[in-house]
Design a protein around this ligand. Structure first.
Ligand SMILES: [Mg+2]
Length: 241
């Protein structure tokens, strides 16, 4: 059976959770602040466009908040956990094999749907999560987990994909991987990215073209695996409890 991974990720999750109960701040700049209201831990797209960065201390952007009329929320992890469970339940209603990866991300085994068009299924999944829980998501589809993460990144950043990017075709990968910065690849931390860029490896396509042995020398065994995964060879199975 062909391996097909899906990665469904909630958009700006904490902000989206707050908006479920405050539809009046839909389309407006919103920030969720960390415990004791210290730093920005989630930003709506509108807040991102105003230049609010992840981790910005609230006191540093006080003027911007006032001028742009940004709505602030204190984080409410009980609420986020509850909505996360509801999202997982909806996913389980359509996909039998789900790996909950973090509070707002799950890997899906979409290889079990040979009889169904996988992209249509992904769109239906998004719609269900939005309708039943109220949370917007994006879905990446690919033959490996690392590529599914890349696909999700593309779906999230580029509106023309309408929330779903499918990287199963090697032709599509050849077209899109050169457009993805290497630091956006799953597992490539800041230090590795800096090393790679110095060597002229700037994009996901450059990294996929690297010799796996060289990648291992640069970034241990994980780096070698990442290269294979970017080439469409699956090394990381779903981790099920
Ligand atoms: Mg997210």
């Amino acid at each position: 059976m062909e391996e097909v991974f899906g990665l469904i990720d909630c958009n700006n999750f904490y902000v989206s959770c707050e908006r479920v109960f405050r539809p009046d701040v839909e389309g407006k700049p919103v920030i969720v602040l960390s415990n004791n209201d210290g730093n920005a831990v989630s930003r709506s797209n509108e807040a991102k466009l105003l230049g609010v960065r992840m981790g910005d201390p609230a006191f540093k952007i006080r003027d911007l908040i006032k001028r742009e009329n940004i709505t602030l929320f204190s984080s409410n992890y009980g609420l986020y956990g509850d909505l996360s469970n509801r999202v997982t339940q909806v996913l389980g209603s359509m996909v039998p094999t789900v790996e909950t990866y973090s509070i707002d991300e799950s890997f899906l085994n979409l290889g079990e749907f040979a009889g169904r068009e996988v992209e249509a299924l992904a769109r239906e999944l998004r719609e269900r999560v939005l309708r039943w829980v109220g949370i917007p998501t994006c879905v990446g589809i690919a033959p490996t987990k690392t590529l599914a993460k890349v696909a999700n990144f593309i779906a999230k950043k580029r509106p023309q994909y309408r929330g779903v990017c499918d990287l199963r075709s090697s032709q599509v990968r050849a077209e899109l991987l050169p457009t993805v910065p290497v630091e956006e690849v799953w597992g490539i931390g800041g230090a590795s990215a800096a090393k790679l860029v110095k060597l002229g490896i700037q994009t996901a396509a450059d990294l996929a073209a690297l010799e796996p042995d060289d990648a291992r020398a640069l970034m241990t065994v994980t780096g070698g695996r990442t290269v294979y995964e970017l080439r469409g060879i699956s090394c990381l199975p779903l981790e099920l409890m």
